[in-house]
Design a protein around this ligand. Structure first.
Ligand code: ZN
Length: 147
């Protein structure tokens, strides 16, 4: 398992160093702000939803390596997915981070964040982008807070 942990570590470092889809989207159809006061992570999420499909997704913000890598991995795995698939993926991802024996079924690179499970205080860093996504999808204009 050491090798797997190293690989996961590498994915997180890579996505923190060069986050994917890291830009403002001028023609977004939905957006939301997220804030995790526990760690100070902040992000703005932009979505272009077309016919219940996430045609494009991007974010900007500043935060710890976990929150940035998680947002980057999320945008990468949600592009082209339907809104329903995105909600389903969040449920699976959330179980992976909070349930001891959850397996990373069909989660792809998102599985790299499974190690966060052993650091409960960091779970909010890893789920911030996803909570912000939920807010954007429900057209809430308020800033979501993990608290
Ligand atoms: Zn954080």
């Amino acid at each position: 398992m050491i090798e797997l942990r190293d690989l996961y570590q590498e994915v997180i470092l890579d996505h923190n160093r060069s986050p994917r889809n890291f830009h403002i989207m001028e023609d977004a159809t939905a957006s939301a702000e997220g804030y995790n006061p526990l760690c100070g992570d902040k992000l703005s999420l932009y979505l272009k939803v077309d016919n219940r499909t996430i045609a494009d997704i991007s974010f900007v913000g500043c935060g710890c390596a976990i929150s940035t890598a998680s947002a980057s991995l999320m945008t990468e795995s949600l592009k082209g997915k339907t809104v329903e698939e995105a909600v389903e993926l969040f449920e699976k991802f959330h179980s992976l981070l909070t349930e001891e024996n959850a397996l990373p079924d069909n989660l792809g690179k998102l599985a790299a964040l499974s190690g966060v499970r052993t650091f409960p205080s960091r779970v909010k860093c890893a789920t911030l982008a996803w909570h912000t996504l939920q807010a954007a999808l429900s057209h809430s204009s308020q800033t979501v807070s993990t608290e």
